[in-house]
Design a binder for this molecule. Structure first.
Ligand code: ANZ
Ligand code: ZN
Length: 825
């Protein structure tokens, strides 16, 4: 850095933050415009959870989103960039229990802290489009939507074994169990039979798959893959087996109906109602003892591959529908109650799980496809490939699965014994929670009328505000169940005594529809203004963590389809583009208290200023990659920002001076930067944007120092674009620069420039390549070629290679862009 530059002072980050945050607020700089002529763009950040103050993860996600929002605004779009909090949930409740308080106190205090931090962090929100899911004005509409689902049969209750966290004393959805443990507290999850509310997302399984076509290219491929996997479409057949002592046949799901002649026993999930129903009297005691044992197993144990499969004979037989054979029916832990039909035909010769089980319990193994790999009964290895069908009646003589499956399916269908079928791994969404701080389920249980919906005009069902501390502690049933005054009501249908449902909804219900309400957050006639949603949605860009790939993003898509079928929205998919930000880590590891490697956002801001932190976050790498804070340098970023800032102060031509006639090389550099940066922002390569701005800052400084000084109109043009581009990542210093350039505030509202095509023509210069002082090549190169590029080009030249004649290069001297001189050894 030149001496005179270092001496001069830079901008005062704290003063700039205070001044411009206030300015944006007072002037509603980022408010939605009442301007029908502009194209609308909806920028959505995933909800913040008010767990404390903002942290480095927030800093990254919101900095990335704001690049997009600020760019769109300068491009002239009418931008909706709302802000809100997903404010129901366990942490607030646990804090309330600890502090003998109401969860609302903790929640709203944290929200205000985060809101203040967001303002300081300079995110361009429209603060009038703000909401909190725990506000009664919000959750009354969550209840209203629940009731619409209920009317359509999409919300229902059933008894089932559910994932139970013994620590949090609440039910967990499958998605909230990670490796057999509670996602929140890490406790090993067990099973419990409970009566629970579900949303029937499985009705939409196929649509959720099909509509992914509309997201191709707009969503990260890995998120689509995770959703596809989660939905888990499996093509096969349903086959009916008659079971002793039961009128209705039992249906099994199989992906291999072609192996039906090799089915030597049948297995039912021990925890499926069917097992309890068909078990013989003689075997009942053994079965019940076994069931107890299975229930004690954790999901980890049950699904582990090392787990020795166990089971018990149910004392009944089934009839194989194609050959009339009597096969024993067992209950075994490797068959899951909630997949397929909860019952399987076991084909030990061609399914390894069945073979392992058959060998443990000495059940028959019959090979029906000869693949040439040896009889599984002897090898202990089930074969799954193609081969000649044997012992298989109508299939004998066939040689491929495809043919055999078609043949057997046709026969089963003709005999009404089965048919081709599709099964999904996706389960219905378990939404009831036995916790306090959530949206109450608006149902009343009447001894005479059953489940009665709370009438719309009696919404909201408010959470009581007289419960606090210990009263909220988990007890296995919802804390609300202990509140008689709240719970006991008259039945809306018959007027008799009845009780409210005391469960609350999974917070993922709250976050499945917030983006519609953002378009009209104060709307009082429904969950959202249908017309406003029509104008703003689908969301043009969604930004958030990849950890939401299956839960939130699947639920949100499901809600959209239900709302579409209700006629409330007119599009299939709520978010057209999705960007996942990486994580901020430190010293190669996720930040954690135990490692002591946490980086505090507030402290970083105090030390370097908002602009430097935001610019560092963006400059560190592509948005979807992790940032290791140990590898970045907010201090040098701040120096760069000061360097940029000083350009504005050095411009001496008045605002409005036409650039024509200014230094041509700098003008070309500026317009190349405009073209490239526009393209880079559009393709979300934000880190390279910062690199290009740095180059333009340097080029401008060179021009200033090399003669014309700050009076050259090309310097003003360059400094103005530097300011605009910088405002995407460093909004405060950019406002200061804009002001120093004599331009009216705010740079955020200025028009993004278009590159002048006549200045984009790349000039070429001739670069001479010498070997031992003799000219060996003349190459046409760009005037700003780097040493590395020049050396590479020179050494690749055939003439140069010939004169080197295999000798190694001792030295390359560059006098760019005119000459490269090579000295051989
Ligand atoms: C007979 C058979 C023969 C099977 C064979 C496979 C190979 P995917 O692909 O995951 O859908 N199955 C069905 N329901 C089950 C349940 N509730 N719990 C455990 N296993 C179950 O797997 C479908 C296959 O998994 C089905 O096809 C069934 O075993 C088993 F050579 O039926 B198969
Ligand atoms: Zn009633």
């Amino acid at each position: 850095m030149a001496e005179h530059e270092a001496e001069r002072s830079g901008y005062d980050a704290v003063a700039a933050q205070q001044k411009w945050a206030k300015y944006w607020d007072e002037h509603r700089t980022f408010a939605v415009l009442d301007d029908e002529s502009r194209e609308r763009r909806y920028l959505l950040d995933m909800f913040a959870y008010p767990s404390g103050d903002l942290h480095m993860g927030h800093a990254e996600a919101w900095a990335i989103g704001d690049v997009v929002g600020r760019y769109w605004k300068m491009k002239g779009y009418n931008v909706l960039h709302p802000v809100g909090w997903d404010s129901f949930g366990l942490p607030a409740e646990n804090a309330a229990i600890r502090n003998n308080a109401h969860p609302a106190e903790w929640t709203y205090k944290n929200i205000e802290t985060q809101a203040a931090s967001f303002r300081r962090y300079g995110i361009g929100f429209d603060w009038s489009h703000r909401l909190h899911t725990s506000d009664v004005e919000y959750y009354r509409w969550t209840q209203w939507l629940f009731l619409r689902f209920f009317e359509k049969g999409l919300a229902y209750r059933k008894d089932s074994y559910v994932n139970w966290c013994p620590q949090d004393m609440t039910v967990l959805a499958n998605e909230q169990v990670k490796d057999g443990r509670c996602e929140r507290c890490g406790t090993v999850v067990t099973k419990r039979q409970l009566n629970q509310w579900y949303f029937k997302i499985t009705d939409y399984a196929q649509q959720l798959l099909d509509d992914m076509d509309q997201l191709e290219g707009g969503w990260p491929e890995r998120v689509l893959a995770m959703q596809r996997n989660w939905i888990g479409r499996s093509q096969g057949a349903h086959v009916k087996f008659q079971v002793e002592g039961r009128d209705e046949p039992v249906t099994v799901f199989t992906t291999r109906p072609d192996t039906l002649f090799g089915a030597t026993f049948m297995v039912v999930a021990p925890d499926a109602a069917l097992a309890d129903e068909i078990v013989s009297d003689a075997q009942r005691p053994a079965f019940e003892e076994y069931l107890e044992q299975v229930k004690k197993q954790t999901e980890i144990e049950r699904q582990s591959t090392e787990h020795v499969k166990t089971g018990v004979f149910l004392g009944v037989h089934a009839t194989n529908p194609v050959n009339g054979e009597q096969v024993p029916v067992w209950a075994a832990d490797y068959v899951l109650a909630d997949y397929g039909t909860g019952a399987i035909m076991a084909v030990p010769a061609h399914d390894q799980r069945d073979l392992d089980f058959a060998r443990t319990y000495d059940l028959p193994v019959r090979m029906v496809i000869d693949t040439g790999e040896g009889d599984p009964a002897e090898t202990g290895v089930a074969t799954a490939g193609d081969g000649d069908y044997v012992n298989s009646g109508l299939l004998d003589g066939l040689a491929t699965k495809a043919e055999a499956i078609d043949r057997i399916n046709a026969q089963l269908e003709a005999d009404k014994l089965g048919q081709a079928a599709i099964t999904y791994r996706l389960r219905d969404w378990l939404i009831s929670r036995q916790r306090f701080w959530g949206c109450p389920i608006p149902i009343i249980h009447c001894p005479d009328c059953g489940e009665v919906a709370v009438p719309d005009d009696q919404l909201p069902v408010r959470l009581p505000d007289d419960m606090r501390g210990e009263q909220l502690a988990p007890k296995g049933v919802s804390p609300l169940a202990a509140n008689d005054a709240w719970k006991n009501v008259d039945c809306p249908q018959c007027g008799g005594p009845a009780v409210r449902d005391t469960d609350t909804m999974d917070t993922f219900v709250d976050s499945s529809w917030y983006f519609y309400r953002y378009a009209s957050p104060q709307y009082t006639d429904g969950p959202f203004d249908v017309e406003a949603v029509k104008k703003w949605m689908p969301v043009a860009q969604y930004v958030g963590g990849v950890e939401h790939a299956t839960m939130h993003l699947l639920y949100a898509r499901f809600f959209n389809k239900v709302l579409r079928d209700m006629g409330m929205v007119d599009f299939d998919e709520p978010m057209l583009r999705l960007m996942n930000q990486g994580q901020v880590i430190n010293q190669g590891k996720a930040m954690s208290k135990s490692l002591g490697n946490g980086v505090d956002l507030g402290q970083q801001i105090d030390e370097f200023g908002v602009d430097a932190v935001r610019t560092t976050v963006i400059f560190a790498g592509p948005p979807d990659e992790d940032i290791d804070w140990a590898d970045v340098s907010p201090g040098s970023t701040l120096k760069f920002l000061q360097r940029a800032y000083r350009l504005a102060g050095d411009v001496t031509s008045p605002a409005g001076t036409p650039a024509a006639g200014g230094d041509r090389a700098l003008r070309q550099a500026t317009h190349r930067a405009i073209a490239e940066i526009t393209e880079l922002v559009e393709s979300q390569r934000f880190n390279v944007v910062v690199a290009r701005v740095m180059e333009l800052v340097n080029a401008t400084r060179r021009t200033i120092d090399s003669g014309a000084g700050g009076a050259d109109p090309a310097v003003r043009e360059a400094a103005e674009f530097v300011t605009q581009a910088l405002s995407l990542v460093a909004p405060y210093v950019a406002e200061e620069m804009w002001e120093a350039l004599g331009l009216p505030p705010s740079v955020a509202q200025s028009a993004w420039p278009d590159a002048d095509p006549s200045l984009l023509v790349v000039d070429h210069v001739t670069m001479v390549v010498q070997v031992q002082g003799k000219v060996r090549a003349k190459l046409e190169v760009s005037p700003d070629i780097s040493e590395a590029q020049a050396t590479e080009l020179a050494l690749a030249d055939a003439g140069v290679q010939r004169s080197l004649d295999g000798r190694e290069v001792a030295k390359v001297i560059c006098r760019l862009p005119k000459m490269v001189s090579i000295v051989p050894k």
